[in-house]
Design a protein around this ligand. Structure first.
Ligand code: GCU
Length: 137
């Protein structure tokens, strides 16, 4: 389901630029977050069903310093996801987080929490882990 993923370069960018100078990205490029706390990429993920999903962020961090981001769904409660160094800006790895998505469009915002900004962001994918239990007990 293509709607369960979005390239960062097609997402909404708050303080960052699309670049393509470090090979190995998917799509047409990646987002270079501005090196400032508060810079963000907001992805739209359209889920077929509501329920718990695993998010997979593909990224590169050519430094040796973690670039943690705060992840929210539709502006809800935040969780911090760590993006440690990958060894080079051309070495792309993934980190995951679990969130509850609703059926339909969900806005998943990944906001830098340190003055270094976020890692270089390639794409976000989601997969359904389990549907929401709507049966009465
Ligand atoms: C370098 C690198 C960028 C990266 C930046 C950073 O300039 O080329 O791709 O985004 O460092 O530290 O954020």
């Amino acid at each position: 389901d293509a709607a369960l993923e979005q390239e960062a370069e097609n997402a909404t960018i708050g303080q960052g630029v699309v670049e393509s100078n470090h090979a190995g990205f998917s799509g047409t490029g990646f987002v270079n977050y501005n090196n400032v706390a508060g810079s963000y990429v907001e992805y739209t993920i359209t889920a077929d069903q509501g329920g718990e999903h695993e998010l997979t962020f593909r990224y590169a961090n050519g430094t040796t310093t973690d670039r943690p981001v705060s992840v929210t769904v539709d502006g809800g409660s935040a969780q911090t996801v760590s993006f440690p160094g990958t060894g080079a800006w051309t070495t792309w790895q993934t980190r995951t987080a679990k969130v509850t998505l609703k059926a339909g469009a969900n806005k998943i915002r990944a906001t830098a929490t340190t003055a270094n900004g976020g890692p270089n962001a390639d794409k976000l994918s989601a997969r359904l882990l389990g549907p929401v239990d709507t049966e009465p007990p």
